[in-house]
Design a protein. Sequence first.
Length: 295
Amino acid sequence: MENEDRLIKCLAYGGKVSVTLIKSTSLVDDARKIHDLSPTATATLGRVLTMAELIGAGIKSDKESITIQMKGNGPIGSIVCVANHGLKVKGYVQNPHVELPIRDDGKIDVGGAVGKDGFINIIKDMGLKEPYIGITPIITGEIAEDFVHYFAESEQQPTVVALGVLVNKDGVKSAGGYIVTLIPDADEDVISSLEKNIENVPPISSMLEKDMELENIAEVVTGDNNLFILENDFVPKYECDCSEERFEKGLISLGRDELKEILNSGEDIETVCNFCNKKYVFDRNHIDKIINKKQ
């Protein structure tokens, strides 16, 4: 499908540079519709969703997941995104209707929405006893720059990150991003060539708006026309895996006494999933069954 979202992985400069690129237009627009996001919130959440997919491309099994948590002092509040196996991603922002004036350069003020004086938390659950947690401060709030700092500080990995979401009155025109990583034995000539080339690369959102294929964008980004494509059939998508059973487990954690109080009040319990806004209603009979399960 021509307009379908895609993610590819490739190597440049004879295997000394790793590149992962994604077109995430449809999944970001799905998030916009689900959460009724303002243009500012769309651009903000869209960048973090895109980043979650780029990192999550390395997930190997359905027992693994990547969670990104960002919270600066800006009006959008907390941002949470989760990427699972199969490039399924979900996310939300605390204040989905935040809208800020367009910046002087004509761009959406994502940095102003996120703010600074906060942190990025990356939780990598690889199915082991304890997840890996990396924490770095928010530097600019523009997200891509903050992740460059994260990779350098938390993973000691020099990385180039680009993220872009182009929004108009009808929705998301284009969205995507890329990560460029140097393999440890990359020599100075490769590093110099890559640095000089990246200085002149157009924004990822504008290249996608022109319907450029990800393979062509990879050539533009790296300056290498002899790329080795590792994977090119990934299809990322926005998908929530919530269920009544999961919310029931959350109610069980309240404890028998608190559940009995709710039962005696005669009120139903209505829960809403933060990631997809689906509602789950537990009536008195259902609450009574949950209490009996705990006995």
